[in-house]
Design a binder for this molecule. Structure first.
Ligand SMILES: [Zn+2]
Length: 391
């Protein structure tokens, strides 16, 4: 019986017809899903997301194909399961195994356990599949997880502030958190994740300010830790007890630790310290000049006769990082800029091996994947593969 599917006036269909139709649509959905997974396998094999300006398949799925983060993650993991064991597709098509199960088992599948895993996930509940995966991967029972939580609060009554009565023109306006949640701290990396984790916004109908509310986006983090972590956690809290005698919450503690790390290790932090050192030194020089009565200036090192070095001075690296906004500058074939801030590397635009120098004008930031893509393009991938194997 091959009835055509009617999507208009569902209300007039008989109960049986309605149920038959949704069963038929579900079958089609599985076929489409299998098709999507096959496409993802092939796109990943050819790494087609890279020349289009995406640094990963995940980014391609969320930004180009508009999947949510969890939907993309599941499809990619499931596609990798199918890539390893195409036999799984049959079980997906006949409905014995669903997308979530396929994504869960992606990390545990091996030649040795494939038969056992298939029988362990066919027609099983999600819980049963999770237990099976946990048994194969002890220690990974709790996965790291970030969840978004929205907190809505009425807009604070600050209408009188600066005569801000024309704000009703737009229905949404950016709310610059003045440090209450640390968003404006000095140590924050330029642009890093600002779209990924946006600041709160005010939303409302616009005309009536009473209807406007602040939508605060909060994040719930979940991860399992070892006793060693807890010992260090307690030790840090003790060390901080002078600064925070009333105790310290998780958010405040992590913010403090991250600020310290960013301040110590980020290009901006280093640049600020360098500047401070220079100011201090120039004061000292001035003072000693006064004391000695004459300018006993030391000759500046560098200049002519320099040996060509592949090493880019940290000062130049930081300058390039700040200039490029801490993001990959790769531009894809259709004009998309990558902007990944993950695993950034400094790339010579004219390669060093072809005489390119270490001046900022010849340097740019690329993410690790686009740096490889560029190296493959310039030197050819067989050459680069040999080079990488030696590393
Ligand atoms: Zn990139």
């Amino acid at each position: 019986m091959n009835e055509s599917i009617r999507l208009d006036s569902l209300g007039t269909l008989s109960d049986n017809r309605l149920v038959r139709q949704i069963e038929s649509l579900r079958g089609k959905e599985r076929k489409v899903l299998a098709g999507i997974l096959r496409h993802l396998v092939e796109i990943e094999r050819r790494r087609l997301y890279l020349p289009r300006g995406y640094s990963s398949l995940f980014e391609f799925c969320t930004q180009h194909l508009k999947y949510s983060r969890s939907a993309a993650g599941r499809r990619i993991a499931a596609a990798r399961s199918l890539a390893k064991f195409p036999v799984l597709e049959r079980h997906l098509l006949n409905g014995e195994v669903n997308l979530y199960a396929l994504s869960l088992v992606s990390g545990i599948l091996t030649e040795d356990n494939i038969e056992q895993v298939i029988s362990g996930i066919r027609n099983r509940s999600t819980r049963e599949v999770e237990v099976l995966v946990a048994r194969h991967r002890p220690g990974r029972i709790v996965r790291d997880r970030i969840r978004t939580v929205c907190v809505m609060e009425p807009e604070p009554r600050k209408k009188e502030r600066d005569g801000d009565d024309a704000s009703a023109a737009g229905s949404t306006s950016t709310w610059n958190a003045g440090g209450s949640n640390g968003a404006g701290r000095a140590g924050s990396t330029p642009g890093a994740g600002s779209e990924k984790f946006p600041n709160p916004v005010f939303e409302g109908s616009g005309g009536n300010t009473l209807e406007r509310v602040k939508i605060s986006r909060k994040y719930k983090l979940e991860f399992a830790v070892d006793p060693e972590f807890m010992r260090k956690f307690e030790r840090t809290k003790t060390l901080l007890s002078n600064r925070c005698p009333g105790g310290i919450g998780f958010e405040e503690l992590f913010m403090l630790l991250m600020d310290e790390y960013i301040d110590r290790h980020s290009p901006e932090g280093r640049a600020a310290r360098r500047e401070k050192r220079q100011v201090r030194k120039s004061h000292q020089d001035r003072d000693s000049t006064k004391e000695n009565g004459s300018g006993n200036a030391r000759p500046v090192s560098g200049g002519e006769g320099k040996i060509r070095s592949r090493n880019i001075p940290q000062r130049v690296r930081d300058e390039v990082f700040l200039r490029d906004g801490g993001k990959c500058t790769f531009i894809g074939s259709d004009g998309r800029k990558c902007e990944s801030s993950w695993n950034l590397q400094i790339d010579h635009i004219v390669p060093f091996a072809r005489g390119g120098d270490n001046s900022p004008g010849n340097l740019r930031l690329l993410c690790g994947k686009h740096n490889r893509l560029e190296a493959d393009r310039v030197f050819g991938s067989p050459h680069m593969e040999r080079f990488r194997k030696k590393e």
